[in-house]
Design a binder for this molecule. Structure first.
Ligand code: V47
Length: 367
């Protein structure tokens, strides 16, 4: 009753009726949810859906991030990670360096290695194949979540292969899943302002569709809190939902809160926790066909990430180890968490901690 009263008071009773009936929300509903001043009411709706889907569980993964290089020709204005070749902050790892990073963690019960870099102007396609093959030799049981749709397009351009051939060759070398980066905001207006050199939103969706069609699943992201409008956020979410209706290939959605430091958009304010919570909640409500919404503690900070578990998110991501993309842009979170810290954070927020793999199959429940 209290919930109905709050939702009526917030002018969201019509949306509550739809949510209760399991009806799909539309564009206008999404905009209305973002525009309401009562963020707690939006959270109540998202929490209702989250608990229906996942009960009291919150997932985490024991993973390792490896960035093979930050050299990138795209020059996206929101990015502090990408560097031009001569920059003092530019780095490029060899296959041996990457294997050393994997070897450092060989005794950790890692189930996923997340590998991304910039669009490097010169590394040959064989480098990426070698990285996958050699890691799989060292850790055959680990899921390799590597190379965003943006990198796939770049490898195709550089190698002269089609994107389908690139994906097939990478898969033969050990690729399992594509991470969700590079989606940013699909709106051409926003991309022209913040990442004009990057593939378009349509291309990102086309490559994701292609991956799904040949059996490679992927994640999806949305970078929010820079120059995009509320309508452009909703459009982004609905375009992901449309593709998911067709392929069912997305495993998880990750809203990424923009970190402005050291970027060409450093004049913009940091996204507020309330905007983060609302965005996560609206994502949960609109993306009725993507089962998991991640509260990515690296970009949100642990405190907001914990609260987000009550606003529609059901996953905290993982141990990560050595995150660079958010931290080069001023993220104030740690660079890694241990399993026991993750479990503590989840329990403190009032949830049962469940270790999952990349596909959200359960690895173990915390004792
Ligand atoms: O593609 C870049 C974004 C993404 C900034 O698939 C920024 O499981 C905030 O995609 N502030 C990389 N965000 C991270 C990513 C990711 C992370 C964790 C898990 C998964 C997954 C994917 O970070 C980039 C870009 O969209 N980004 N710069 C910034 N200043």
């Amino acid at each position: 009753m209290e919930m109905e009263r709050t939702l009526k008071g917030a002018g969201l009773f019509d949306i509550w009726q739809k949510v209760k009936a399991g009806e799909r929300l539309n564009f206008d509903d999404g905009v209305k949810l973002f525009r309401t001043d009562n963020f707690r009411a939006v959270g109540l709706l998202a929490d209702y859906v989250r608990r229906k889907l996942h009960g009291n569980r919150t997932y985490y993964v024991i993973n390792q991030h490896i960035n093979y290089s930050n050299i990138c020709g795209n020059g996206c204005r929101f990015c502090a990670f990408g560097q031009s070749p001569g920059s003092p902050q530019a780095f490029q790892l060899s296959v041996a360096d990457i294997l050393d990073k994997v070897k450092e963690r060989l005794n950790d019960p890692i189930t996923e290695i997340h590998i991304v870099g910039g669009c490097h102007p010169a590394l040959p396609f064989s480098f990426y194949l070698d990285v996958l093959r050699e890691i799989k030799k060292l850790r055959p049981d680990v899921t390799l979540k590597a190379f965003t749709a943006v990198e796939i397009a770049h490898f195709a351009k550089l190698s002269g292969l089609s994107e389908k051939e690139v994906l097939q060759e990478l898969r033969s070398a050990g690729l399992d899943v594509l991470p969700g980066g590079g989606a940013e905001i699909f709106s051409p207006r926003v991309r022209k302002m913040v990442c004009p050199e990057k593939i378009s939103g349509d291309e990102w969706l086309r490559i994701s569709r292609l991956a799904h069609k040949i059996g490679i699943r992927s994640n999806a992201t949305m970078l929010f809190g820079h120059v995009e409008s509320i309508e452009e956020r909703v459009d982004h979410l609905l375009r992901l939902r449309d593709l998911q209706d067709q392929t069912s290939g997305f495993i998880c959605f990750i809203p990424l809160a923009f970190q402005p430091s050291n970027t060409s958009l450093s004049n913009l304010a940091k996204v507020t926790p309330i905007d983060c919570l609302k965005t996560i909640a609206v994502s949960r409500l609109l993306l009725d066909n993507i089962l998991h919404v991640k509260s990515y503690w690296i970009m949100l900070g642990i405190n907001t990430a914990q609260v987000a578990l009550h606003f529609g998110a059901d996953d905290l991501d993982g141990t990560v180890i050595e995150e660079k993309i958010g931290h080069m842009a001023g993220a104030e979170s740690d660079q890694a968490l241990t399993r026991s810290e993750l479990i503590r954070v989840i329990r403190e927020a009032g949830f049962e901690a469940v270790e999952r793999d990349t596909y959200f199959d359960i690895v173990r429940k915390a004792a």
